[in-house]
Design a protein around this ligand. Structure first.
Ligand SMILES: [Zn+2]
Length: 115
């Protein structure tokens, strides 16, 4: 198997959990100043608001409810709560997919796009 095929298979396995999910096309916006970038779930391309080599500024996202373990509050939220900030215990976690991966796996994984 060629490296190219292995890479495609890897991306497919990474993206398979999004099968049938509804995505929205959007410009990337950072969730917070500490959390200023995300990665494509398929090819790990970087999404951010700042400019840089190979930085993407828009793509497709879906809200991932099932990815959060209810019994465990993420560490950065605990820290913020300790500092007296009102923070939602369960923030919406967006999973991002770049345009290239979305187009490539849209049909295979039945990815839906909100219109
Ligand atoms: Zn990608």
């Amino acid at each position: 198997m060629s490296t190219d095929e292995e890479w495609k298979k890897h991306k497919l396995s990474q993206l398979s959990r999004f099968k049938g999910k509804l995505f929205q096309a959007s410009d990337y916006s950072a969730p917070s100043t500490d959390w200023d970038h995300d990665h494509c779930e398929g090819c790990t391309a970087t999404f951010a608001e700042f400019d840089g080599p190979e930085i993407l500024h828009s793509g497709y996202f879906t809200i991932c409810e099932s990815g959060i373990d209810d019994s465990k509050t993420p560490e950065f939220i605990v820290e913020m709560q300790e500092q007296g900030c009102e923070v939602m215990a369960k923030p919406d976690v967006k999973s991002w997919i770049c345009k290239e991966c979305f187009q490539e796996y849209r049909a295979i994984l039945n990815l839906r796009l909100e219109t």
